[in-house]
Design a protein around this ligand. Structure first.
Ligand SMILES: Cc1cc2nc3c(=O)[nH]c(=O)nc-3n(C[C@H](O)[C@H](O)[C@H](O)COP(=O)(O)OP(=O)(O)OC[C@H]3O[C@@H](n4cnc5c(N)ncnc54)[C@H](O)[C@@H]3O)c2cc1C
Length: 322
């Protein structure tokens, strides 16, 4: 039995998430004593053979009219068909927006256990056990799947990237979308901004402590020097200081960047629910009793309007000298 990995592309281009999924799959396959096979869906601009640098030797490419637009049901049906043809019992996806919609449909077609919110490589092969974030990432549980097939959706940024030499062999394959009900996309409203939040390695986020939308310039400047995406707390987007696409937390986007800088955010439990999985958290708040400091790796007690410009200058100087 092999491992299949969905190598997601965005308008033909691969992102870091794709290669992390390839690495996750090849390490899982190593643990299970089998091989990992990649699958791409849709027309490609980038070269899928790069999956070889992350331990995948074979990539199958599904193309055609049925696969021009993302459709969770259709992609689920087709991926299941490929998995069956390849004798795969473990299917790996990186938990992007699309993959989170695709995974349940795939699990139903495959009659597989669905293991979501996985935060590390599988803990054991038999029984197949994974570590998952639960209760909005406030806790973890180890979950074993007794089903003969499983769909594993891991949180992006869980294992990072390790590149090696190699190139995968890419060949075309075919699969049908069966009788899956199809979705037709009428209009696409793109999120504006330089770095989409779910993919950002670093995120600079602002709360009500910034007083008003006119003060976001300093936050954006810090984000620029850090090459970071920008986020905000719920009240900030509710008041239209920032777009809703930047709202993180329990009712917003859940993220797991390497660095999360929270400026003028109190650290309410609903906010932490979406950001506490970040690898390093830096909090800037003028109230030393702010709850966010309990979740912080580094904290600065001070007025954001003084601290943030100084921090930006210090980072600029550091970058210029290194
Ligand atoms: C069902 C439900 C779901 C929710 N979902 C979410 C969610 O998804 N995301 C979310 O964010 N919230 C969510 N909330 C709201 C949440 O409970 C908090 O009200 C919200 O996170 C507070 O936002 P804030 O920290 O920006 O504002 P505040 O709580 O007002 O905190 C502002 C902070 O800024 C600090 N500050 C003020 N001036 C300065 C300064 N000059 N320099 C530095 N620091 C300063 C203050 O000390 C304070 O800690 C939810 C609430 C409910 C009930």
């Amino acid at each position: 039995m092999s491992v299949l990995v969905y190598l997601e592309n965005w308008e033909g281009k691969f992102k870091k998430n794709t290669w992390e999924a390839a690495l996750y799959a090849s390490k899982t396959a190593e643990m299970l004593g089998t091989e990992a096979i990649g699958v791409t869906i849709g027309d490609l601009e980038d070269d899928a053979s790069k999956a070889g640098q992350f331990g995948i030797n074979k990539v199958l490419s599904l193309k055609g009219d049925d696969f021009r637009q993302f459709d969770a049901n259709a992609f689920g049906a087709a991926l299941n068909e490929v998995a069956e043809a390849q004798g795969a019992d473990t299917i790996i996806l990186s938990g992007t927006f699309n993959a989170k919609a695709l995974a349940p449909s795939l699990a139903i077609y495959a009659e597989a256990a669905l293991l979501t919110n996985v935060t590390a490589l599988p803990l054991s092969a038999d029984p197949f056990t994974v570590k998952r974030g639960v209760f909005s990432s406030k806790g973890f549980n180890d979950l074993s799947a007794s089903a003969s097939k499983r769909v594993v959706v891991f949180v992006p940024n869980s294992i990072g990237l390790e590149e090696s030499e190699g190139g995968a062999e890419v060949s075309e394959t075919s699969a049908s979308t069966g009788d899956a009900p199809r979705v037709s996309v009428q209009e696409v409203d793109r999120v504006k901004g330089k770095i989409p939040l779910p993919e950002a390695e670093r995120v600079v986020s602002g709360g009500r402590g910034l007083k008003g939308p006119e003060n976001w310039g300093m936050l954006e400047e810090l984000a620029e020097v850090l090459d970071a995406g920008t986020a905000c707390s719920k009240p900030v987007s509710d008041m239209d200081w920032r777009p809703h696409s930047e709202h993180v937390g329990q009712t917003g986007i859940a993220i797991k960047p390497n660095l999360y800088v929270a400026i003028g955010i109190s650290g309410a439990i609903q906010h932490l629910a979406g950001v506490s999985a970040s690898n390093t958290i830096v909090v800037i708040n003028k109230d030393e009793e702010a709850p966010f400091f309990k979740a912080a790796d580094f904290g600065i007690v001070g007025d954001a309007f003084e601290v943030v410009p100084k921090l930006t200058e210090a980072i600029k100087k550091f970058k210029a000298n290194n």
